[in-house]
Design a protein around this ligand. Sequence first.
Ligand code: ADP
Ligand code: MG
Length: 323
Amino acid sequence: MTSEFELIRRFFTRTTAHSDLGVGDDAALFRARPNMQLAVSTDVLVAGTHFFPDTEPEALGWKTAAVNISDMAAMAAEPRWMLLALSLPEVDDMWIARFSSGFSMCCAEFGVDWIGGDTTRGPLNLCATIIGEVPQGRSIRRSSAKVGDDIWISGNPGLAALGLQHLQGNAQLDDGWRDTCLDALHRPQPRVALGIALRGIANAMLDVSDGLLGDLGHILEQSCCGAEIEESCLPLAKLTEACNDIELARKALFSGGDDYELLFTAAAPQRAALKALSDQCVLPVTRIGSITNDSSAIWLISDNGSRQQLAAAGYDHFAGDNG
Ligand code: ADP
Ligand code: MG
């Protein structure tokens, strides 16, 4: 039977690149670089709520790291250090080896040192904490969108939601797109390079984890403004091609989380800079609408100019609870 300390030594100890002390002592040690603010965030993933318990362990490891790294991207911070607290129902060496391989692969890919954590027995529960650095005063918050700003989204949000719908038996995906959608669901790519490049360009930003409309609602609420979304600008082409169902595609785009794309606002004169940046990051960014002074309301403007108010509803873990 593998002991807790044996587990830590075998599976959770990695060499570190920019820390003074990693796994093994009572605490890790690291230093922020001069003139940097520290950004810190934590996310918990629970079996049955955030992932199917039979998800490939490598994918789960990757995703646990990726969702935390994405929070650094969303602040325009550089991800640097990660801690992982996990509870495991049993010691399954193969499962833990594969999980930690996915987790550390994602950390390595984004230059993050895995410097510590905690390991205990209990229902499968994964909680990572990320620490990043951002030059003093250059982070990008949710609260600073300005009336007249363009609203932009990176990549093709909705692909992960289609992957999930497929796994739940609710969506038939085109053969050529199935792997793309499942990959988006299982191996999200945090937009770190884009987030950093948006310093000084974007006014407000967040990463979309609970659906585009719900997360846009957070920016609107914190910035005390509203939004108009132009139907003709929505990046629906790939989603429609994947599932052959325009309604499902639109639902995946508006309400699907899990892609971890960046949603941001920027003044109109930044359009040329954003085009250049999109080419440089090899990542499409799409202008989907603009910020208005209509407090917290989201209006969809159709091709013929008609207006429909949309609910800013994302995924809410407590929705429907009475307590
Ligand atoms: P303590 O009893 O002092 O809290 P632990 O025995 O929990 O220490 O942990 C010993 C070392 O192993 C610490 O450096 C801790 O950060 C590290 N560690 C424990 N679990 C993990 C994990 N899942 N990932 C990375 N490091 C871990
Ligand atoms: Mg101790």
